[in-house]
Design a protein around this ligand. Structure first.
Ligand code: G3P
Length: 217
């Protein structure tokens, strides 16, 4: 499973990259705003900075909600850096844009996916990634992981090339369960990724090994 970090915070991206397990970055307008990055020029510059920090795919979201606007914006974003993946919302005009970018050989990430039907449509349109938001479903008394399972089943039935990018991952067990189900990618916060390190028996065991070593030296 690929690991993407879901943030626009450069320090956190650097830290995840230095762990050696980072495969890409996802961002969205809310994450940009959280870092105080506003205005088209600053946002564009920030995407380029992120691309220069990591080796993998970096999702950059269009703001337009009409086909022509998405195409114009998406083509501009894609021209910024070879690692840019154009992030398109799951709306009717977005589906048309996904197909347009597929034909143009530009990678896409279909965002704001909350149902298997939406994921199927995105795959049919040739999306590179489809992003089901599991945390936001959990917030609404609906099992986000069940959606990942259903999409996995549908995509495997027809060998769709679209990758399932589990998004809105909130904690470490989301990551573990996504891996068990077979999500192709997960994107989450640094805290959830670093949570994979934790086990008290590791800490206790290491302390014991080191104290025994010290006794003999
Ligand atoms: O990857 C999608 C993500 O940015 C949304 O996460 O935590 O706002 O639901 P969240």
């Amino acid at each position: 499973m690929k690991f993407f970090i879901d943030t626009a915070n450069l320090d956190q991206i650097r830290e995840a990259q230095s762990l050696g397990v980072l495969d890409g970055v996802t961002t969205n307008p809310s994450l940009m705003a959280k870092e105080g990055i506003t205005g088209e020029k600053n946002i564009i510059e920030h995407y380029v900075k992120i691309c220069e920090l990591v080796d993998g795919d970096v999702s950059a979201e269009v703001i337009a909600v009409d086909f022509a606007g998405m195409v114009k914006e998406g083509e501009h974003l894609a021209s910024l850096h070879p690692q840019i993946v154009v992030k398109i919302p799951m709306i009717e005009e977005g589906v048309k844009a996904l197909k347009y970018f597929y034909d143009a050989g530009i990678k896409t990430n279909c965002t704001l996916v909350f149902s298997t039907g939406q994921a199927l449509l995105a795959a049919k349109a040739g999306a590179t990634y489809v992003s089901p938001f599991i945390g936001r479903l959990d917030d609404n008394s609906t099992d986000g992981l069940e959606l990942i399972e259903d999409i996995r089943l549908v995509f495997d039935n027809y060998s769709y090339g679209t990758e399932i990018l589990a998004a809105s991952v909130r904690h470490t067990m989301h990551i573990v369960n996504c891996a068990k189900i077979g999500a192709d990618v997960m994107t989450g916060p640094l805290s959830a990724i670093k949570g994979l390190l934790n086990h008290p028996l590791t800490d206790i065991g290491l302390e014991k090994f080191l104290s025994d070593y010290r006794k003999g030296n």
